[in-house]
Design a protein around this ligand. Structure first.
Ligand code: AGP
Length: 616
């Protein structure tokens, strides 16, 4: 939930660190700070609020050292303020921290009893105090870290500096991600590769309880027992430009418009155009055949899908689609519930975990719990080598490239594309997808990118209608079948971007209470593509119209019935029930984007949110 970075090298550390923090700002933006070596001392600057406030503070500062650390914060302990901003400095020790120290109260009590002067309200500052005390005995940072690590409970990624060893940086993690970037004449440590990839594409992903000691441009990695280990250097095939805005006002708008290409990329590995075959590929690694994958999946007798937020709604689509196509029982659950409710996982259970970041704490914890109970794990992630990706048995990828906007868009539509491939593969294994149905589905999937281009034209409508839409006192998003999770996601987008009250509801549930909310100040967003529950949804809509609800409808083609019931009607191409959700999401993304923009809000970094929720 915070972004941390450390740098040693021949470039100007201030520029490298500030640029890295810009790439990491989506992880949290309540405050920011740097600590950079200057004339043998670590010079610290911090600022409340966005990174731009810190940039303003240090714009005329020059530092003559080659090493430094930086931090952009999502507040957990202590309000957003300069006093609580990282880096925290105690004597000659400076640290940046991502995560939560769960036993900070007992640590703080002991430190205060021993006379420590604690400046901030944070748990992170205590780590600097512990290191400073340990250094009085050890006289070297590496040993001090080894002494302090066992005292910390919780989830943390930390980078530490000490003025007595100005060329050394020690980093360690237990939970939130930490990546080492190994350059020609430079070494970086950061929360994720977006801060590293413009300097080097050679990276090492650290595992929990590993410690990396950077000394000049050399480094060594210790395992949890303190033994030096040699880890594989991975080459990242990301182009840094992909993470830039490329002419769009915001990352989010860029990512909405990238969806046609991203969805095509998500589908590409699994569809053999020449032979018109759809088949999950690569799920067990590049050297395991599709036959082997299918043989293993054929053993599955029950499926659980576990995720958070937008990824959970993708999981609902998976639940409906896999059950309908394979007749395998599927259960969807919020990760934050699944990990604590002691679910019963029968033998031959497959747990599918969906996570764009691959680092969401609740989802990772659910994965580990299910694995302990003997379930096989299938991950659908966007970030390769993320914690969830690494710990799963089957690995599926959204292939959406960098998604920087905190509100997830292209990662979701890519996930739905992958869920289509997975459902079809499972259905074929169960002998429930006839050859002609397979070919027809491939045709529909192959048309999706072009159809998404058509739906993106609604951008103009919403940019003009946004002002009128924001006047409603509330928004009810309703749908049936696969349009129900689409409704839930549409409501989440408006909540998290425009801070307006919006609620997603099963259309058939309206008459059991929510219909009492309806009047002319309430907007009803109905998702009603032509599918097997279309007529039912229309009758729900007529109940709403009769009570004065103002209807914004998403429908298939030129649907005159729906148009007559709607104040605004937006069409998506006539589709297949399995691909309708991918298309119906686009106008909902555009609606929330433009309403939030018309309110002057920051759509890339909505208040109180972070892109990767690595704490519970
Ligand atoms: C999506 O718009 C939200 N920002 C949030 O709900 C997100 O989907 C959720 O935190 C899960 O993240 P993950 O996919 O990285 O696990």
């Amino acid at each position: 939930m915070c972004g941390i970075i450390g740098y040693f090298g021949d470039k100007d550390p201030k520029n490298v660190i500030l640029d890295g923090l810009k790439k990491l700002e989506y992880r949290g933006y309540d405050s920011a700070g740097v600590c950079i070596l200057d004339d043998g001392k670590f010079s610290r600057f911090r600022a409340e609020g966005k990174l731009s406030n810190l940039e303003e503070k240090v714009k005329d500062k020059q530092f003559n050292g080659h090493i430094g650390i930086g931090h952009t914060r999502w507040a957990t302990h202590g309000v957003p303020s300069e006093r609580n901003a990282h880096p925290h400095k105690v004597s000659g020790v400076s640290i940046v921290h991502n995560g939560i120290i769960e036993n900070y109260q007992s640590i703080k009590k002991e430190l205060l009893a021993n006379g420590a002067k604690i400046e901030s309200e944070t748990d992170s500052e205590l780590i600097a105090h512990l290191l400073s005390i340990a250094l009085e005995d050890t006289k070297d940072l590496e040993t001090a870290v080894e002494q302090v690590l066992p005292k910390l409970k919780g989830a943390f990624s930390i980078v530490a500096l000490w003025e007595e060893e100005p060329n050394k940086m020690v980093a360690f993690k237990d939970g939130p991600p930490l990546v080492l970037g190994v350059g020609e004449k430079e070494i970086l440590v950061a929360s994720d590769i977006t801060a590293i990839v413009s300097h080097t594409k050679d990276v090492v992903f650290l595992e929990d309880k590993e410690v990396v000691i950077v000394n000049g441009t050399d480094y060594k990695i210790l395992d949890p027992r303190g033994n030096e280990i040699h880890k594989k250097i991975e080459h990242i095939d990301w182009n840094p430009e992909a993470a830039e805005k490329q002419g769009y006002d915001t990352y989010m708008l860029k990512e909405i418009f990238e969806q046609p290409r991203a969805v095509a990329q998500a589908l590409e590995p699994h569809i053999d155009i020449e032979n018109q075959v759809i088949q999950l590929q690569g799920a067990l690694g590049p050297d395991v055949s599709a036959e082997e994958i299918n043989k293993r999946l054929a053993q599955v007798e029950r499926i659980f899908v576990v995720a958070c937020g937008t990824s959970y709604y993708a999981g609902m689509v998976a639940e409906y689609m896999i059950e309908k196509m394979t007749r395998l029982p599927v259960e969807i659950e919020f990760a934050s519930e699944f990990r604590y409710r002691e679910p019963v996982l029968p033998p031959k259970s497959l747990v599918i975990v969906i996570s764009q970041s691959g680092e969401t704490a609740d989802t990772l914890a659910s994965l580990r719990m299910a694995k302990e109970q003997g379930a096989e794990i299938m991950s659908i992630c966007n970030v390769r080598s993320s914690s969830i990706d690494r710990e799963a048995d089957y690995h599926l990828y959204m292939r959406a490239e960098a998604e920087i906007g905190v509100a997830s868009t292209k990662a979701l539509t890519c996930t739905l594309a992958v869920i289509n491939v997975l459902s079809a593969t499972l259905a074929k294994i169960k002998g429930r997808l006839a050859r002609d149905e397979e070919v027809a589905l491939i045709q529909k999937l192959q048309q999706i990118p072009a159809e998404m281009e058509k739906v993106l034209v609604h951008d103009k409508f919403f940019s003009e209608a946004a002002n009128s839409l924001k006047r409603y006192k509330g928004f009810l998003y309703i749908g049936r079948g696969l349009s129900f999770p689409v409704a839930l996601e549409g409501a989440l987008k408006l909540k998290e971007l425009a801070y307006l009250h919006a609620e997603g509801y099963a259309a058939g549930e309206m008459k059991h209470g929510p219909i009492a909310l309806i009047d002319q100040d309430m907007a009803i967003v109905v998702i009603a593509p032509k599918d097997d529950v279309y007529e039912k949804t229309i009758s729900n809509l007529e109940e709403v119209r009769a009570r004065g609800g103002q209807v914004i409808a998403i429908g298939s083609g030129e649907d005159e019935v729906l148009k007559d019931l709607s104040l605004h009607y937006l069409s998506i191409p006539e589709g297949d029930w399995r691909t309708n959700p991918i298309l119906a999401l686009v106008p909902l993304q555009l609606m929330s984007y433009h309403v939030a923009s018309s309110l002057g809000l920051d759509v890339d970094q909505p208040r109180n949110l972070a892109k990767s929720v690595t704490v519970e």
